[in-house]
Ligand binder design. Structure first.
Ligand code: EIS
Length: 208
């Protein structure tokens, strides 16, 4: 069984609203994936993402009906917090979506066969592309340093693809087909979250 295929995102409805419970149930499988990357350097990244998910879930469980969609959370918090959008689940999702975008760009780049021809079993080009497009502009030099350390610890392409398939002996082409299949609903979901932040004027560009 493929790790990715086990946790497929659902197709978005025409209004592109995202069901909070389904979203949380799907993204909560992501943190455990860091365990198969095999280095402690990934721990702060794992706990950041887990923290975001816990924060959003904490708001959702207070009133599942009121917070049925991600948009309803942003709308409610806009009324409740003077410092919105730098508050509550709105802030947690703002950061989580950047991690999700990172994963999307990384997987898309692998699926597209982008490679360093001199080092075809490294994923540094793919990871760097994802970092530059999704995260770098929000990071000052200290956090960029964590990225550099993580890059050194990045797994080999073959091991990474195996980890995506829970370590099973899956042929590279089959694994890439799984990745492409996963991206079919994943990419529009991440896009929809970005669109919502733009439409609601909830995006911030401060650095950490
Ligand atoms: C936010 O963190 C909190 O998330 C948010 C709130 O506290 C807010 C306050 O301003 O801060 O400081 C964090 C930032 N989060 C801001 C940085 C953490 C370490 C990031 C290191 C970046 C390394 C890049 C990744 C390299 C990975 C190499 C992978 C090789 C395979 C399949 C791999 C998936 C990797 C996914 C990476 C996602 C990184 C996400 C980082 C987000 C970030 O920059 S709140 O908390 O509101 O919930 O309380």
């Amino acid at each position: 069984m493929s790790l990715l295929l086990d946790n497929q995102f659902k197709e978005l409805p025409p209004d592109k609203s995202i069901d909070t419970k389904l979203f949380l149930d799907t993204v909560s499988h992501l943190p455990s994936f860091f365990d198969c990357l095999g280095s402690k350097i990934f721990s702060p990244i794992k706990s950041d993402i887990s923290g975001n998910i816990t924060k959003i879930r904490g708001v959702y469980v207070k009133d599942p009906e009121k917070y049925a969609t991600l948009k309803s959370i942003l709308e409610a918090e806009r009324e409740e917090h003077a410092e919105w959008p730098k508050a509550g689940a709105t802030l947690a999702l703002m950061w989580l979506k950047r991690g999700l975008r990172f994963i999307q760009i990384l997987l898309q780049s692998l699926a597209d066969g982008e490679k360093d021809e001199n080092n075809p079993n490294l994923i540094k080009v793919n990871v760097t592309k994802a970092y530059e497009q999704a995260l770098k502009k929000y990071h000052r030099w200290m956090v960029q340093g964590i990225f550099s350390a993580a890059l050194v610890a990045a797994p080999y392409r073959s091991n990474f693809l195996k980890a995506l398939s829970k370590g099973e002996e899956v042929k590279e082409e089959d694994c890439l087909a799984n990745v492409r299949h996963f991206l079919v609903n994943y990419t529009p979901t991440v896009d929809a979250i970005y669109e919502m932040y733009t439409d609601m004027n909830a995006e911030l560009d401060y650095t950490v």
